[in-house]
Design a protein around this ligand. Structure first.
Ligand SMILES: Nc1nc2c(ncn2[C@@H]2O[C@H](COP(=O)(O)OP(=O)(O)OP(=O)(O)O)[C@@H](O)[C@H]2O)c(=O)[nH]1
Ligand SMILES: [Mg+2]
Ligand SMILES: [Zn+2]
Length: 379
C-alpha cells in the first residue's frame, strides 16, 4: 500500500485559497487542487457528500472512499493515495463504497450519510443484517438467456435494488447462444415496461460497450445475479482485463460451505467504479417491504381496490387481485412471487427485530449488574 503524504494536499488547498504574492506557484497549487477534486470525483464524490462537511472541523478532515472490505481491515482511497485502515469498534457499520472522514493522523472520525445502501439478512443461520455496499448508482441484474432464465429470481434482485434506491439495469448474457433474444426482452418488458434491458455476449468486450453509458466517471455499478450467469465474465470484459480481481477471502460458514467475505471496487477504463460482490448466492431479503411493494406495484395498486383491507388475495369476496387474474391481466406467478418475497422479508425482519431487542435487554441487564457491583464496592 502506498501511503502518500496527505498533508501536501491539505496544505496546498489552504494555500491556494490564501492570497499569495507568487502568482506562478499559486496557479500551480490551483491546478493541483483541481486535479485532487478530479480524483475524488472519479471515486463518486458529489455535492451530496460535500454538503455534509458543514462545520469548520469537518472541512479540515480528509474524505476517503472505502474501496475494499476484509475481515479486519479496509482498503481506502483518498485524493492523495491508498491506505489500509484497521477496523475498530466504531467502524462496524461501514461497508464498501462508504465515504469516511479521517483526521490529520489518518484516524477514522465519521462516516458520511449514504445516497444508497444494499443490505440483506446474513447468509446461513446467522441472525444479523449484512451490509453489502453503499453509494452504488446502478446495479446490473444479470441473467442468462437460456433455460435458467427465471423472472421470480429476477424480481428478488429488483426488490433489493428498489429498497436500496439503486437503478436496476437488466443485463441478459449469452445472447450469442440464444436464437430468440427478443422473446426474453418482451417477457421482462411485459412486467417492467420502463425497464432498461441490454442483451450481450459477456465474453466480448465489443458487445459490452452497450453498458458503458452506465459506467462513466463518478458512477458506481454493482453486478448481481445467480451463479453461472456470467458475472465474472462480464466484469472481466468491463474492466478490459486491465485490473486483476483481488483474490477472494474465504471462510467457512456454519454449513461448512465456503463463503466469500471480501468485496471490492475496481476502477473501470470508462472512468466509473465496478463493485465485485462475490458471495451473493444466497440472497435473503430483510427490511425490504418498500422494495417488494415497489417491484410489484400493479398488485399493490389492485389490492387497494379489494373489499377487505386485510385481503390475502386468495378466495375472499371482492378481491380485485383475483379478478385481474381471472381476466388474464395478472399472472398467477407474479402474485405468488410477491407473496413469497413479502413473507420472507417479514419473517426475517421480525427475527432480526427480536434479536435486536434481546441484545438490548441483555446489555441493559449487564449494565445493571455492573452498576450494582460498583455501588457495592463504593460502600
Ligand atoms: N457463450 C457465452 N458464454 C458465457 C457468457 N457469459 C458467461 N459465459 C460462460 O458461462 C460460464 C459461467 O460464467 P461466470 O462468469 O463464471 O459466471 P458467474 O456469474 O461469475 O458465476 P459464479 O461465480 O458462480 O457466481 C463460463 O464458462 C463463461 O465463459 C456469454 O455471454 N456467452
Ligand atoms: Mg463469478
Ligand atoms: Zn385481494
Amino acid at each position: 500500500m502506498k501511503n502518500l503524504n496527505r498533508f501536501s494536499t491539505i496544505k496546498s488547498k489552504s494555500a491556494s485559497s490564501s492570497i499569495s504574492s507568487d502568482s506562478q506557484s499559486a496557479s500551480k497549487l490551483a491546478i493541483k487542487s483541481e486535479k485532487s477534486n478530479d480524483a475524488l470525483t472519479q471515486l463518486g464524490w458529489r455535492p451530496f457528500f460535500a454538503q455534509q462537511l458543514v462545520d469548520e472541523q469537518s472541512r479540515h478532515f480528509l474524505p476517503a472512499k472505502v474501496m475494499a472490505c476484509h475481515r479486519n481491515k479496509f482498503e481506502i482511497q483518498t485524493e492523495a493515495g491508498e491506505l489500509t485502515l484497521a477496523i475498530t469498534a466504531k467502524m462496524l457499520d461501514i461497508t464498501v463504497g462508504d465515504w469516511i472522514l479521517l483526521n490529520e493522523d489518518n484516524h477514522f472520525q465519521q462516516r458520511l450519510a449514504r445516497h444508497s445502501l444494499f443490505s440483506r439478512k446474513a447468509p446461513g443461520s446467522k441472525v444479523q443484517t449484512q451490509l453489502i455496499a453503499a453509494n452504488v448508482d446502478t446495479v446490473f441484474i444479470v441473467s442468462s438467456l437460456n433455460k435458467d432464465f427465471n423472472m421470480s429470481r429476477i424480481e428478488r434482485y429488483i426488490a433489493l435494488a428498489n429498497e436500496a434506491d439503486v437503478t436496476p439495469v437488466f443485463v441478459l448474457t449469452k445472447a450469442d447462444l440464444c436464437d430468440d433474444t427478443q422473446a426474453y426482452i418482451k417477457q421482462i418488458l411485459s412486467v417492467f415496461p420502463l425497464a432498461m434491458v441490454e442483451a450481450v455476449n459477456a465474453l466480448s468486450q465489443e458487445s459490452v460497450t452497450s453498458l458503458q453509458v452506465y459506467c462513466g466517471p463518478n458512477q458506481t455499478v454493482a453486478v448481481m445475479g445467480s451463479s453461472g450467469v456470467g458475472k465474472s465474465t462480464l466484469i472481466n470484459s468491463l474492466l478490459e482485463d486491465t485490473a486483476q480481481l483481488t483474490s477472494e477471502i474465504r471462510e467457512d460458514d456454519s454449513k461448512g460451505r465456503h463463503t466469500t467475505t471480501g468485496r471490492s471496487l475496481h476502477q473501470m477504463p470508462s472512468g466509473g467504479l465496478l463493485l465485485d460482490t462475490p458471495g451473493m448466492r444466497e440472497l435473503q431479503l430483510a427490511d425490504c417491504e418498500h422494495g417488494v411493494s415497489e417491484t410489484f406495484e400493479e398488485i399493490t395498486l389492485l389490492a387497494q381496490q379489494c373489499r377487505f383491507g386485510d385481503c390475502q388475495h386468495q378466495s375472499e369476496p371482492g378481491c380485485a387481485v383475483q379478478v385481474a387474474i381471472t381476466k388474464g391481466e395478472l399472472e398467477v406467478r407474479r402474485l405468488m412471487s410477491y407473496q413469497k418475497l413479502l413473507r420472507e422479508q417479514a419473517l426475517n425482519t421480525a427475527t432480526l427485530a427480536e434479536k435486536r431487542a434481546k441484545d438490548r435487554s441483555q446489555s441493559k441487564y449487564y449494565r445493571s449488574v455492573q452498576d450494582g457491583a460498583r455501588s457495592l464496592k463504593g460502600k
